[in-house]
Design a protein around this ligand. Sequence first.
Ligand code: 4AD
Ligand code: MG
Length: 432
Amino acid sequence: MTSVSTIKRLCEHVGQTVTLKGWLYNKSSKGKLHFLQLRDGSGIAQCVVFKKNVTEETFEAISHLGQESSLEITGEVKADDRAPGGYELGVSAVLILQAVDGYPITPKDHGVDYLLSKRHLWLRSKRQSAIMRVRDAVAFSLRCFFHERDFVNMDSPMFTPNACEGTSELFEVPYFDRKAYLTQSGQLYAEASAMALGRVFTFGPTFRAEKSKTRRHLTEFWMLEPEVAFADLEDVCQLAEDMIVYVISHVLEHCSGELEDLERDRSKLECIQAPFPRMTYDEAAAVLVAHPDSEFTPGEDFGAPDETILSEMHTRPVIITHYPKEVKAFYMKRDPSNEDRVLCVDILGPEGVGEIIGGSQREEDIEVLEERIRIHELPREAFEWYLDLRRFGSVPHAGFGLGLERFVGWIAGVEHVRECIPFPRTIARLEP
Ligand code: 4AD
Ligand code: MG
């Protein structure tokens, strides 16, 4: 009986005959030999077909196989340093499930718009698969990090009756005989969950009807949001720093092959160690004002080009705190030592990555919060339940949101977030 293996597990079968099931990634032939590059999702392996080892028909049929033909290939596993991945298959049989001709993505250069329109197929490429594996490793290690620290995963709803981050970026959807909005952030619910379970995190899709066409913006993206009862701004800055260092060290340990496929400079990740540089908004503003390329106006929020400037100044993420209250959300707690500033934090990734984390200490005083809701012209009724959290056992608390795709983009060295989610949604793209 021949056992079935995946390419990733070939190392466990040296000297044995196994069957691999996958798709033809590439092929070259010379004389009495075919070299098949088979991919099965777990990796790519070279399968060598000698004319004398297979039937006449098989050898002939292989010469006509196009890219992405689906195959079951049986053969003996050999360790070979010259083979990609270190192992190859000496083929004794090939079962052709489907012979394919005219696969639309060839090794030649296609434009990114074309590739995005074929995203359902583009995911099969080596680079895109590597990014998806890094994404998976990041998401997995994020969960490990929080579970090791006794956080409970408490997910927030996607349909919400009101805004969290400002009304201009809401997707409105019909909800029976009323309106609902797709969530912009799970935070308000995470706060309720934190008052119930202490330390929680939400992790799921979030939606922004932002008309931004930058390399950092999606209309649907994943956010991980920890929320901690009895925590202050300093506590969550520390938590975010620890989390980033933890995840990067996990990826360095477990994704060597992927980082290699992505030609990612590991040294750029290896230097991500605590402590991260810190500045206040005012310090960052002073840097930008003095910078020849910045059009920054003091008092305003940093634009994407400003973030790029600040983030390129450091090899580690930079932690920026204490922004003006006018540019931040209603729920952020005012700085008691400066009423114009809020106890918030943005963390900018290095290498020009820009903001990957936004968070804050939350306003716990019901009167101040009611006032903030009024100033932000938010519908008071929709926030009654949220105000209950300040009526019944209000405590200092804080949290942040990490954008998964931006984090993955930084780690994987991928310029644009649209390649960091399986099926990206942007203003211009709803298909496939
Ligand atoms: O800074 P933001 O808007 O913060 C919040 O939503 C808070 N309620 C989070 C909290 O405190 N629990 O978003 C958090 C992060 C950003 O730093 C960014 O990484 C990501 O979410 N993000 C986006 N990622 C991709 N596309 C977009 N349009 C994004 N908008 C925000
Ligand atoms: Mg933000």
